[in-house]
Design a protein around this ligand. Structure first.
Ligand code: HEM
Length: 144
């Protein structure tokens, strides 16, 4: 199960890197808007009746993590660092829901045409996402 947990992490990292490449092209004005089909494949909760790629990876991480967690639950729940890791996983889930809403901006307008508030929301959401992935993975690697 640890192998599945780590593979899911690699999968999410890979998909996110590809999705971010598109997002940066839009941010720098290289693309006026992003294609709906591509964006939904990465970020929508359900797309064509299936879980979109990033949600699929996040769900696989949580399910495989829960399997690893169960036999060690008494030890892990008293471990502050594990609780902090779970807090970051919670932040990632909430942020993924927000990204699912914010992505609509990239379908309709060039980045330069967004209001200051819209630009700030995208930047904050991106920064929270990068930081939380990094923090959850660092705590996991450092703890075990
Ligand atoms: C953003 C989500 C997550 C990331 C990036 C992540 C990352 C990792 C990594 C890289 C390891 C391997 C550490 C090592 O062997 O050196 C690990 C182990 C582990 N993870 Fe996660 N994890 C995530 C979510 C979760 C969740 C939601 C749970 C529990 C519900 C969980 C429970 C565990 C447990 C119990 C281990 C230790 C397994 C062992 O050493 O036997 N993880 N995690």
């Amino acid at each position: 199960m640890l192998v599945l947990h780590i593979l899911s992490f690699g999968f999410v990292l890979g998909v996110t890197a590809i999705a971010d490449k598109d997002a940066f092209a839009w941010l720098r004005g290289k693309k006026t808007t992003l294609e709906k089909k591509t964006l939904l494949t990465y970020h929508a909760l359900i797309w064509l009746g299936l879980l979109a790629l990033i949600w699929l990876g996040l769900l696989a991480l949580i399910v495989s993590g829960a399997y690893l967690f169960y036999p060690m639950r008494l030890f892990l729940l008293t471990n502050l660092w594990f609780d902090v890791k779970l807090l970051f996983v919670g932040i990632l889930v909430v942020n993924a829901i927000l990204i699912g809403r914010l992505m609509n901006l990239a379908l309709t307008k060039p980045f330069a045409a967004l209001t200051g508030h819209e630009k700030l929301s995208l930047m904050v959401s991106g920064a929270v996402s990068v930081f939380s992935w990094f923090a959850a993975a660092t705590i996991a690697i450092w703890m075990f």
